[in-house]
Design a protein around this ligand. Structure first.
Ligand code: SF4
Length: 433
């Protein structure tokens, strides 16, 4: 069997560099001119209310635009861009596509734009009892071009092409990927691709992100494109560049075992730049106290009377997006005095411990799980799926814990303002000229 090839290209001019990347990886070779082609970017979340830095979080529009232009120049006419972002974005998906400049691609190239969340999902049986509900538009595409971002992920270590396909699932199936047990996430989401016709993966590495996948992580300018017709090979190279050999990434290990892949970089044909020249370790996770009482920063600030149990892989994206803001809010409530003996649990497997006066149950799953927990002296339930932050402030205020929502607003401004245009961060990369 021929070795799968992967191209690594340093970006100078996006259009030229993507041409080079596709040439080196034979990226268009698997596509037929009459194919219905679905382009799947990564738009995990967006926000119109507060500043949202998309660096390393959302696929750049300049890469999508260059891809659409190249496909159109090669005669491909049936192009669709589709994504199923966090359902909390509904019904604003058209506003997001507008903000990303996709409407211009629609006008210029006739590209169809779909939001999977507005369409039908088909229950799909994998033949061994495993089932997922997948967007009909993704299943019906002849070929999928997957365009993830080169980023880390605080649960899966890296989030690249195979993970990006989670956006093709409905809310229920997305949540089911984050099952109970440490291994569950890395066993489930790599299976999505088995039912999808992914013909090409292009990892958008214009920026990369530590402590991803959301905007609370820190982005770096990277200027790389990694492409392959083989989704596993592409992810393996992306992970190596982020500093994670495949054998250290559970989902890649599981995928390799299931599909008979080698996890050795040497077994793949690399074209273009070398991995070694671009490999830089990017931290994937947040530092926590040894006693599992909260982020290391809380300990440094001398916050006591509060034990926030570290999120685990059962916490799905909805709650994950709210988790860091929840920490900021709790931190804002600290005025030098200990918290009133509070524990915070979240996700589908954290059982509130004995010995606390107050148990904050963050999200519907933690509420259900701890409903009859005899350890709980006083429950402070946040039933949302995911919980709403303003509600969080309101509920905690009733218990005498005064969080300051404005502190969260300031934090969002800080996240946005720390990227300066003159350091290579350009919001124009998320627009189409
Ligand atoms: S409450 Fe949170 S962890 Fe539970 S299903 Fe909803 S988003 Fe997922």
């Amino acid at each position: 069997m021929a070795r799968a090839s992967v191209s690594i290209v340093k970006v100078t001019d996006i259009y030229e560099s993507l041409q080079e990347s596709l040439k080196l990886s034979d990226g268009l070779a698997g596509l037929n001119i009459n194919d219905r082609i679905l382009i799947k970017p990564n738009i995990v979340s967006w926000d119109f209310d507060l500043p949202f830095p998309p660096y390393g979080v959302v696929t750049t529009s300049v890469v999508i635009k260059a891809l659409v232009r190249i496909l159109a120049e090669h005669g491909f006419r049936d192009l669709t861009i589709g994504e199923g972002a966090l359902p909390m974005l509904n019904p604003q998906w058209d506003a997001v596509y507008e903000a990303l400049g996709y409407m211009k691609l629609q006008e210029r190239y006739g590209v169809k734009l779909v939001d999977f969340n507005q369409g039908e999902f088909i229950p799909t049986d994998y033949g061994d009892g495993f089932r997922l509900e997948i967007a009909k538009q993704a299943l019906e595409a002849d070929k999928i071009i997957n365009v993830p971002v080169l980023k880390t992920h605080n649960q899966a270590k890296v989030s690249l092409g195979i993970k990006n396909l989670k956006g093709c699932l409905n809310k229920k199936s997305k949540q089911s990927c984050h099952g109970v047990g440490d291994e569950e996430l890395s066993l489930t989401f790599p299976r999505i691709i088995e039912k999808l016709p992914v013909a090409l993966t292009i990892i958008d590495g214009l920026y990369t992100l530590e402590k991803g996948p959301g905007p609370t992580g820190k982005a770096f300018r990277k200027d790389l494109l990694i492409a392959s017709r083989d989704p596993f090979a592409c992810d393996l190279v992306g992970a190596e560049i982020l500093g994670y050999p495949a054998k250290e990434v559970a989902y890649l290990t599981n995928y390799a075992k299931r599909h008979g892949y080698s996890m050795e970089l040497a077994d793949y044909e690399l074209r273009g730049e070398s991995v070694a020249d671009h490999q830089e370790f990017v931290t994937y996770d947040w530092e926590w106290s040894e006693e599992d009482t909260g982020p290391a920063g809380f300990e440094k600030r001398g916050i006591t009377g509060l034990a926030i149990r570290k999120y685990d892989s059962s916490l799905c994206t909805g709650c994950s997006v709210q988790y860091n803001p929840m920490l900021i809010l709790l931190s804002s409530a600290f005025k030098g005095k200990p918290f009133p003996n509070v524990e915070v649990v979240s996700g589908k497997q954290q059982i509130a411990a004995t010995g606390f006066d107050n148990s904050v149950l963050f999200g519907k799953c933690a509420c259900h799980l701890n409903k009859n927990n005899v350890n709980v002296k006083k429950a402070i339930p946040l039933w949302g799926c995911p919980p709403d932050l303003k509600k969080f402030v309101e509920v905690l205020a009733k218990e005498g814990i005064e969080c300051d929502y404005n502190e969260y607003v300031r934090f969002r401004h800080y996240l946005f303002d720390r990227y300066k245009e003159n350091e290579g961060f350009k919001l124009a990369d998320w627009s189409v000229e």
